[in-house]
Structure formats: C-alpha cells, structure tokens
Write a protein that binds this ligand. Structure first.
Ligand code: SF4
Length: 333
C-alpha cells in the first residue's frame, strides 16, 4: 500500500470491539483514515458513534476490555502495530499526543503547571531543570497564557477553564509532535472561549506543520477549522470529503440532517430541526443501513442491504444507496 511522506497518520481497517457481559460489542468497524502533515481532519459523529474509541485505539490508549485490530496503523514511517508497548509509550507525548475534553482531570492537581510541563522535557529530552523551566515559559506564551513567567508556579485550579485547555494544548505540542488528536477539546467551554481555542489549534498546526485529528460532535466546530471531514455513524464511516464540499453538498442523509440541525440566523424564532430518534447503541444495530430508522429518504432496500462506502466524486465517499441523488439534490437545492 502506498505511503506518502506527507501522510502523518495512516489508518486502514481499524476495528475496536469491547468485551462485555453480553458478549463482544463492536464500537468501530473497518475504519480508514489519513491525516496529512499540517492538515486538520475532523472526525464527526454523535455520542456513541465510535469516534472516541477509534481515537484512543490510534493512540494505543484503549480500555482494558477493548480488542483492537487494524490492517495498517502508521505514524509517519513508523508502523505502530509492530511496536512494543514501551516504545509506543515513548512515542506518546513526543511524536503523537492527545488533548482531552476535561482539562481539570487531565492535569495533575498537586503539581504546578511549570513542573508538569518541565517534567515532559526532562523525561523525553533529558533537559536540565533550568532549561526545562525556560522552555515551559516559552510554551505558555505560545499558547496565549498572559504573564507566563509569573504564572509558571501556579496550580491547575488557579486557571480558568479556557486557560487550562490552553495549558493542555501546550503540553500536547511541547515536544513538537507530528500528530495531535484533540478529543472534544472545546465541549466544556463557552462559545467565545471555544472559538479562541479552535483558532489556537488552527494557527499552531500551520506554524508547526502538525497533523491534527479533531474529534467532535459539533458541526459548528468542524466548519470553523477543518480541511477534511470524516463522518461516523454507528461505528462506521458514512461520509468523507473536503470540509468545503461536504458542508455545502452533503452526499449522505445523515450529514444532510446534521447540517439541517445547525441553528441559522435567519431561522431565529423558528423551532430548530432535530434528527428524529436516537443513534443505535453499539451491539444493537438495525439491519441494512444503520441510519434507516431515522432517515427521511429510506427506501425498502435500505432496511435489508447495508450500503458500502463508495466514491461519489473526486475525494468524496458516501455509504448510502441514494448517494448520487442526495448529492444532486444538494447541488440543485
Ligand atoms: Fe437513508 Fe437508505 Fe441512504 Fe441509509 S442507505 S442513508 S437509509 S437513503
């Protein structure tokens, strides 16, 4: 299989299955994904779609009851599937890192910010205490913490939610990784701070030529910063393409419905559209197309035949029997 030197992350055939008391429950099925250097790809889906399970599997941080299979999982030229756990751990933080949603629980409450950042440099780069501190101050400045030298001795609880998220991002980029996976990094923040954090991620990936995989349920977030979008539903990719194209001309009724449910200024005062029903729980999937019980376009065939992910135009794929019609409706609509 071809591997471009500009591909930071390459995933083929990734599946994650959880062992439960009721038997094996598939959370991610046969996921393919590429993220290029300097590219920001959004992995979009509702809660339970498998996006976070997929991200954790890519990082090698799956829960103990998860079984992970993949045909290919590469970070740059490194095959992650063959790597012993010790080396995989070494890679985390240095070449690939993760930004979590809840900064307060991701940071150590009893260590100052300077000590937490400094520890990273000392552990991975064997830097002296003095140099580690200087690097930590510089990083805090880079992510927009005011008066970084004055605040380096402060503890996580002394910062606001937005500032803590900036500190998590500082930790994630500290060792200049090739890939950052950000799992719902702005969900707990208010809209203004959310926009600032997205802007920061966006500018850092350009500045550092870093690949970013942004896990989110929020289409608003996607439209702000993503170059490409991969939409997941019930553990599988149902649509992918460039953000500009996919957000204006969806080729899957699920993406179409997600777009309809984003509040628009001109709709003010009118009731907001909500996709009927709820997504299936893993292990309890409907037959045929998993979206059919909620799909306004469903036909008989959808109830029995699962649509494969198929190319619909250059760089666009959709898993829908009616993909061409949906795309056409978007073009003329
Ligand atoms: Fe809807 Fe059928 Fe397409 Fe599934 S295959 S998204 S049910 S039209």
């Amino acid at each position: 299989m071809r591997h471009s030197p500009d591909t930071a992350l390459q995933v083929r055939g990734l599946s994650v299955t959880f062992g439960t008391r009721r038997g094996p429950v598939p959370a991610v099925v046969d996921l393919d994904l590429d993220v290029g250097r300097g590219e920001l790809v959004a992995l979009l889906g509702e809660s339970g779609s498998g996006k976070s399970a997929a991200a954790r599997a890519m990082m090698g941080l799956s829960a103990g009851n998860a079984t992970v299979h993949a045909q290919r999982l590469r970070l740059g030229d490194t095959d992650l599937l063959d790597l012993p756990e010790r080396q995989r751990r070494e890679l985390r933080g240095s070449r690939m890192s993760m930004v979590f949603q809840d900064a307060l629980s991701a940071l150590n409450p009893v260590l100052s910010i300077g000590d937490q950042l400094g520890e990273l440099f000392r552990e991975h780069r064997e830097t002296s205490r003095r140099r580690a501190r200087a690097a930590a101050v510089e990083l805090l400045g880079q992510v927009g913490i005011p008066d970084p030298a004055g605040r380096i001795g402060d503890y996580p609880h002394q910062f606001s939610g937005g500032m803590r998220q900036r500190i998590l991002i500082a930790m994630a980029i500290a060792l200049r990784p090739e890939l950052v996976i950000a799992d719902e990094p702005t969900t707990a923040l208010d809209v203004t701070v959310q926009a600032q954090i997205l802007e920061l991620l966006d500018s850092l990936r350009r500045e550092l030529d870093m690949a970013v995989l942004l896990i989110t349920h929020d289409l608003g977030v996607v439209s702000e910063v993503a170059d490409r979008v991969v939409v997941m539903y019930a553990g599988r990719v149902v649509e992918s393409g460039s953000a500009d194209d996919l957000l204006t001309r969806p080729a899957h009724p699920y993406t179409e419905a997600l777009l309809r449910s984003v509040p628009q200024v001109e709709q003010r005062g009118r009731e907001l559209y909500a996709i009927p029903g709820s997504p299936p729980t893993p292990g309890n999937q409907p037959s045929g197309c998993p979206f059919h019980p909620r799909c306004a376009r469903a036909v008989d065939r959808c109830r029995t035949e699962r649509p494969p992910l198929t190319t619909v135009s250059a760089g666009r794929a959709s898993a829908c029997h009616l993909a061409k019609e949906v795309l056409h409706a978007a073009v003329i609509g």
